[in-house]
Design a protein around this ligand. Structure first.
Ligand code: TRP
Ligand code: ZN
Length: 470
């Protein structure tokens, strides 16, 4: 969840951008001579114009590194397995990490150059459409802290005892080369070596943990497709505990010892939260669950890292529920363009409202009516942001969260509980591990309810001003 202190007096970005530049058309494959060209340097998302790449699709990342917190030095080898989607004589990766010592495509050293976050690779031999290939990148040094358009920080953020690693929306290139856009999901394996006594916690399941000569290697495997921004390997002194949900999903929690007692009650509710959301949204989408609770005061927000949300301080129960809800909405069902961030934040916020009611607190209707939601004065600047286009500066501001959640509550009133909960479940299951847009959601809401909701969604998502009738 967004930290209030970061919200500041940021002015709306004033961007009214449409989904623009699509990747260049791939050369036709299959017949005759290959027609080589360069892969597109990005996917053309207007909020982060350099994110992602064209011409190939990443299937798997294997990220192996040794990290020494005392010197902040990393020595890493990342191996990307990808599928060429056009005949390629050149392609880009996104990378903002330290110095590269070697880069191979397949077994062959490839020439490369760096230009901002673009790592431009010239493979020889060239790659044919449909070919599966590997890129091995060796690099060493200190990965950077990345500052976002709203001035919050992410990427590789050192802490007292290790490093805190949030990646939304553009942090993963700090420590791994890849295609940093949610439309290119992949599976991941991490091999993290750290000084004995520290724990490296990654997404997915712990395959092994071995100490040799005072250094411990943790191998984590993330077997369901994951967007790069949800990748983490957070390192520190942690109290580790294992449990399971009633339906048998293993839970791994890592809590900074200084936060252990104040976090215990919230951590203990993780199985209940997962079960409750499972009953509303359909089965939990991943093979494992957990949480990482650390001290990273300069970060100040939590993030829904896949299977292991990360918290920069001891979380409230509400924040825990919010990040767990994102596992369905955001992580499993992902957006296609960052302007649709309300599909993540509005859903996780509404889930949080439902959890609160379920847990004996305010009803969803009371929360809807409250002063931070519909109770805001019509003259408030809050109502002047377009929900489906908050801009990169305000994408984690209150509108995608609160107006997004209000939209869902209003929709529930409009189409009734039966259709609404059917829609929530269908959205999570039909698009599991996929990518979606607001237009997809409107289409499904109309087909599930049998109602024309054009005006409803226009009033709530597109028009400025406080909705009065819908
Ligand atoms: N998605 C996070 C949440 O709501 C919040 C978040 C991620 C964030 N990255 C951010 C907030 C950068 C501010 C700035 O759970
Ligand atoms: Zn969120």
């Amino acid at each position: 969840m967004r930290s209030r202190s970061l919200r500041g007096a940021v002015v709306a970005a004033g961007l009214s951008v449409l989904v623009g530049a699509q990747p260049a058309l791939a050369a036709p494959a299959g017949h005759g001579e290959p027609r080589y060209s360069a892969g597109a340097p990005s996917v053309g998302d207007p909020y982060f114009p350099d994110e992602g790449n064209g011409g190939f699709d990443v299937l798997h990342y294997d990220v192996a590194f040794d990290y020494e917190p005392a010197t902040r030095h990393m020595v890493a080898t990342t191996t990307i397995t990808a599928l060429a989607t056009q005949d390629l004589d050149r392609f880009d990766l996104d990378f903002r990490g330290p110095e590269i010592s070697a880069l191979l495509v397949g077994k062959h050293p490839a020439s490369f150059r760096r230009d901002g976050q673009e790592l431009v690779v010239t493979p020889r031999p060239k790659l044919k459409s449909g070919e599966q290939f590997t890129v091995v990148v060796k690099y060493a040094g200190t990965p950077p802290v990345i500052t976002d358009p709203d001035e919050s920080i992410e990427g590789w953020v050192p802490t007292d005892d290790g490093v805190f690693v949030p990646g939304e929306p553009q942090g993963s290139p700090a420590w791994l080369p890849g295609s940093d856009h949610p439309t290119d999901k992949a599976t991941f394996t991490f091999h993290a070596t750290v000084p004995e006594g520290l724990t490296a916690v990654g997404n997915g399941q712990l395959l092994s943990q071995k100490t040799v000569g005072g250094r411990t290697t943790f191998v984590w495997d993330s077997t369901e497709p994951m967007a790069t921004y949800l990748a983490t390997v957070t390192i520190g002194k942690f109290q580790v505990a294992r449990s399971a949900t009633p339906s048998g999903i293993p839970i791994y929690t890592a809590v900074d010892p200084q936060l252990a007692s104040q976090s215990a009650a919230t951590v203990a509710r993780i199985p209940d939260i997962i079960e409750y959301f499972g009953s509303l949204f359909g089965p939990y989408p991943f093979a494992s669950a957990g949480a990482i609770i650390d001290r990273a005061p300069d970060v100040g927000y939590a993030l829904e890292s896949q299977t292991k949300p990360i918290f920069s301080s001891s979380p409230s129960l509400n924040t825990m529920a919010h990040e767990i809800a994102h596992q369905w909405y955001g992580d499993s069902v992902s957006l296609s363009r960052w302007s649709d961030i309300w599909l993540n934040e509005g859903f996780a916020t509404y889930a949080q409202w439902m959890w609160t009611e379920h847990n004996g607190g305010a009803t969803t209707q009371q929360t809807f009516n409250s002063a931070s939601n519909y109770g805001r004065a019509a003259t408030s600047a809050f109502w002047q942001t377009v929900t489906t286009d908050p801009g990169p500066v305000d994408m984690f501001g209150s509108v995608p969260y609160n107006r997004g959640a209000m939209t869902l509550h209003a929709l529930r009133g409009k189409i009734g509980d039966t259709a609404f909960f059917q829609l929530l479940k269908q959205w999570a299951t039909a698009h599991r591990y996929g990518n979606v847009s607001t237009a997809d959601f409107i289409g499904e809401a109309q087909s599930v309810s049998g109602m024309d909701l054009t005006n409803f969604f226009d009033v709530w998502l597109v028009q400025k001003g406080k909705p009065a009738t819908w």
